[in-house]
Design a protein around this ligand. Structure first.
Ligand code: PEP
Ligand code: MN
Length: 462
């Protein structure tokens, strides 16, 4: 087909000519074809104008005029895409955002790692338990977690479930964030509830200031009614190429291509080959794109990604989401940031303090330490501070529920406690309290760091 088109190739299919890693092997290719044809007829989940607004906000974040908060599960499951679970995640992100807005004194871009985060890259294609080897679980969009052969066979019909679950979750999120649930006064009340716990006394000064700011706004006649709605954006890893290509549509007004499965898509650390199929497919769409960057990346790799994903050097188009690990970030990140800075092109930098910090507890649980997560965020701010570049946001795995998956925090979750409410099928998530604790810690440090603003002790870092 490519030959017939000369050097040009169809942007929706060109990726098929590039190496595609992490794709399911579907036994029934006719069924896959039918599913993809069906998906192409489904309405878009997000709209070009919204995507353009987010790109503008990502540009602001890259310029130090906004801060991005992305949060949600490592992988959503169909069973847990319930109204309550989605609502609690949105609530957690809204609560964190209010605190960060105050700390950073800038708008916080609120983005869920949800309404589409149903697929996972895996380090091994197979999983072996007690001598039995089966295909790995790749997320509910691909197969089932159950350890039986039939459940692990990739089923294309799951792509339609993914679409339906994404649509219903995002419909709910739109209703929450447009219908008054995000009212800043209400979110502030929730935060007061969090602060009622004496374990968080170290945030008293900051919480008191936010309280005073709210009272001042009220007294000054700020129109809180206008603050009852917020923009909330969706994002997920663009992993399953058949799905992402099927959801890529031409905008009737501009004629440009948009991936309509989410506002923001990112490419994972394992699939970010500049000559690979994931980068190729996303190079054709107008959405803001993230790329996860681990410690093995070189400045050359980043430049190749910029060439391919942002050839017109548009601010807000490309975000590097660094995930170095707390022990390496201060050693590895400066070289990369310096390389990109001297190159001079626009990039927004975000910090994923989760994926470089996963450990296995002595009792076998895959976990992370709260302090280590915080330390990576601290390192991220320190590096950008030293180089005069902009720390644009953070990307965390969290849930609004009371799970016990990450060690530490003021709740002092220890290895024994992990067994109590360990629910994730993949990576460990901060629970509701730990998420807010992280937001307060980061906000405190951001506030303490603002020029001329030293009203309380410096935060625990930078
Ligand atoms: C993830 O975000 O869940 C993930 C797998 O991250 P990374 O690609 O950075 O390893
Ligand atoms: Mn993960």
């Amino acid at each position: 087909m490519e030959a017939a088109l000369g050097n040009e190739c169809d942007p929706l299919n060109c990726w098929r000519n590039y190496p595609a890693t992490q794709q399911p092997t579907y036994p029934d290719l006719d069924a896959l074809k039918r599913t993809v044809e069906d998906l192409r007829t489904r309405p878009p989940l997000v709209f070009a104008g919204e995507v353009d607004s987010l790109r503008d906000m990502m540009a602001k974040a890259g310029a130090g005029k906004a801060f991005v908060l992305t949060g949600g599960d490592c992988a959503e499951t169909f069973a847990e895409s319930t109204a309550d679970r989605v609502r609690l995640k949105v609530q957690t992100i809204l609560q964190m955002s209010v605190v960060l807005t105050y700390g950073a004194a800038m708008p916080v871009v609120k983005m869920g790692r949800l309404a589409g985060q149903y697929a996972k890259p895996r380090s091994s294609d197979t999983e072996t338990r007690e001598g039995v080897t089966l295909p790995s679980y790749r997320g509910d969009a691909v197969n089932s977690h159950e350890f039986i052969e039939s459940a692990r066979v990739p089923d294309p019909a799951r792509l339609l479930d993914m679409y339906q679950r994404s649509a219903s979750s995002f419909n709910l999120i739109r209703a929450f964030t447009m219908g008054g649930y995000a009212d800043m006064r209400r979110v502030h009340e929730w935060n007061r509830g969090f602060m009622a716990n004496p374990a968080y006394a170290r945030f008293d000064a900051l919480a008191g200031q936010i309280d005073s700011a709210m009272q001042f706004m009220e007294a000054a006649g700020v129109d809180f009614e206008a603050l009852r709605t917020v923009d909330f954006y969706s994002s997920h890893e663009a992993l399953l190429l058949e799905y992402e290509a099927a959801m890529t549509r031409t905008d009737s007004r501009s004629g440009d291509l948009y991936n309509t499965s989410a506002h923001f898509l990112w490419i994972g650390e394992r699939t970010r080959d500049p000559k690979g199929a994931h980068v190729e497919l996303l190079s054709h769409v107008r959405n803001p794109i993230g790329v996860k960057i681990g410690p093995s990346a070189s400045v050359e790799d980043l430049k190749e990604l910029m060439d391919k994903l942002n050839p017109h050097n548009e601010a807000g188009r490309l975000t590097f989401i660094t995930r170095m690990g707390a022990s390496r970030i201060r050693e590895v990140l400066p070289g990369l940031v310096e390389g990109v800075k001297s190159d001079g092109r626009f990039v927004t930098w975000m910090c994923d303090p989760m994926h470089g910090n996963t450990v296995t507890a002595d009792n076998g649980y895959k976990t992370r330490r709260f302090d280590t997560v915080l330390d990576e965020v601290a390192g991220f701010f320190e590096v950008h501070d030293a180089l005069g570049t902009v720390p644009g946001g953070m990307h965390v795995e969290l849930t609004g529920d009371d799970v016990t998956e990450v060690l530490g925090g003021a709740q002092e979750i220890d290895e024994k406690a992990l067994a109590e409410h360990y629910e994730t099928l993949v990576d460990p998530r901060l629970n509701h309290q730990q998420s807010l604790e992280l937001a307060f810690d980061v906000a405190q440090a951001l506030a303490a760091h603002r020029p001329g603003f030293q009203p309380f002790d410096k935060g625990s870092f930078f």
